[in-house]
Design a protein around this ligand. Structure first.
Ligand code: ADP
Length: 458
């Protein structure tokens, strides 16, 4: 059953049932009201034309009868003894009753009944219409007979409840319509994504009347769509770049192998040279595949990065200790200045970040000369922690600086170094996954700084 049907069912129960109940209550009260009883009995009265009575008299009769006891037997007669209606057994409904006889009868049963004798104040009968009511004494004792008049139908209460119910029903319908409309909207947009359409932006209603908690889901869907689209684009360009970059060494290997097979390389010396090229390209391919496997692994972990709260100072200090021997092997000085207070924790995937910082450090070594220094600096700045890795190397041109984080991008000045343009892509992916920022500042022949900004929002 859909939410909509559930809602309609609940709405029906909340409105229809009370309305039915109230309507029957009102009908019941009306049917049993003193006025009804009066009219049904008056209709039976012989020689009493109630319909022909003036309105003021009718009102007087009704008012009078409202005040009589609720459970009773009654008789109407004129002051001359002429009865016109009687439900009391020993008083005849038609004919005449003698006043003496009547008082005797009343007296006779007075141990069992209470009697109430009143003259109905009406003009047309000159105040002579007499009404006798009797009701059993034991009914009073047992509490079966309530004092006072029969409850009047509380029409105004019923009307109030009915109006309330109607407002409630209209409001509920309005709310249901909004909820159903919002759900429909989310369903529609989610279906687009389900059909694989990540190109078109999700339609988010900006109109206040249409924006609510349900439609707010669309904002999340939109940011999911954007991220998904970005990742898809990254993967597509990754696969494109991959096939392109793998093709070049493969083409060389293929060309040299065919040359050897066709006997193009005469003599063992030339063949050896050709074979050396093949081995060199195969080795290059192998290291490229290794780097790619790492990159793919990292991108896979986008979805389940192993995040945990870590003390930033501790992490950076242990990273500095780990990287120092590598710098020494390559004859580079390493200076670390970690000015992050203890206790500043950051949510991170330690392994992923070590790999990212490792790549930046290895570049700092590769693109600088021996006996230079690589600096690791970390400090607090406003609401962020900033990590900077600086080298005194060849620097990056303005043009390259905007591209170096792209997959397979190799700087124009880096050809002399072995590399595949993957290392900084890995660093960028890692910082992106953490929601951090990475940028480069560089001056040619002086060196480069890679700056990672970690927002510290508690
Ligand atoms: P690779 O070093 O394998 O080419 P990277 O992705 O690590 O790939 O770097 C991309 C490019 O950025 C490099 O080719 C190089 O031109 C430039 N680069 C990276 N780090 C530095 C650095 N510390 N100094 C100068 N250039 C650098």
């Amino acid at each position: 059953m859909k939410i909509r049907s559930h809602f309609i069912l609940v709405l029906a129960l909340l409105t229809v049932v009370p309305i039915l109940f109230l309507t029957s209550f009102v009908v019941y009260l009306n049917l049993t009201s003193p006025e009804r009883v009066l009219f049904s009995r008056l209709e039976k009265m012989k020689g009493f034309d109630f319909a022909a009575m003036p309105k003021s008299d009718k009102d007087a009769v009704v008012k009078y009868l409202r005040e009589r006891p609720p459970s009773f037997e009654e008789a109407f007669f004129f002051s001359d003894g002429m009865t016109i209606l009687s439900t009391i057994p020993h008083i005849p409904g038609e004919g005449r009753i003698d006043a003496e006889k009547l008082s005797f009868r009343l007296f006779e049963n007075s141990d069992q009944y209470y009697y109430q004798l009143s003259a109905i104040p009406i003009q047309c009968y000159d105040g002579k219409l007499i009404h006798l009511v009797r009701y059993p004494k034991n009914a009073v004792k047992s509490g079966a007979l309530r004092e006072g008049a029969l409850p009047r139908p509380r029409n105004f209460v019923a009307a109030f409840v009915l109006i309330f119910e109607a407002i409630f029903a209209i409001l509920s319908l309005f709310i249901m319509n909004r909820i159903a409309g919002s759900i429909r909207l989310v369903e529609q947009e989610a279906k687009k994504l389900d059909d694989g359409d990540v190109e078109k932006p999700i339609h988010i209603p900006l109109n206040k009347g249409h924006s609510n908690e349900i439609t707010n889901l669309l904002t999340h869907l939109e940011s999911f769509r954007k991220t998904f689209k970005q990742r898809k684009k990254r993967r597509d360009s990754f696969v494109m770049g991959l096939s392109h970059d793998l093709k070049t060494p493969l083409a060389v290997i293929k060309g040299y192998s065919e040359g050897i097979a066709d006997g193009l390389f005469d003599g063992p010396k030339k063949r050896k040279e050709a074979l050396d090229v093949i081995v060199q390209k195969a080795t290059s391919l192998e290291s490229m595949v290794d780097e790619l496997v790492n990159f793919v692994k990292m991108n896979e972990s986008d979805w389940n990065a192993n995040m945990a709260n870590k003390d930033l100072k501790e992490f950076l200090e242990s990273f500095a200790t780990y990287i120092k021997p590598t710098c020494e092997i390559f004859n580079r000085e390493m200076e670390a200045s970690i000015q992050i207070p203890s206790g500043v924790t950051v949510k991170m995937d330690e392994q992923m970040l070590s790999r990212a910082l490792g790549n930046i450090f290895s570049n700092a070594i590769r693109y600088s000369n021996p006996k230079t220094t690589v600096f690791l600096d970390a400090r607090m700045e406003k609401d962020s922690a900033v990590i900077t890795i600086t080298d005194q190397g060849i620097g990056i041109t303005q043009e390259d600086a905007g591209q170096v984080f792209k997959l397979f991008y190799r700087g124009t000045r880096s050809r002399r170094e072995q590399g595949h343009g993957i290392g900084l892509s890995v660093a960028k992916t890692a910082t992106d996954i953490h929601g951090w920022d990475i940028r480069v500042e560089s001056e040619l022949h002086k060196g480069s700084s890679f700056i990672i900004t970690i927002p510290l929002t508690s």
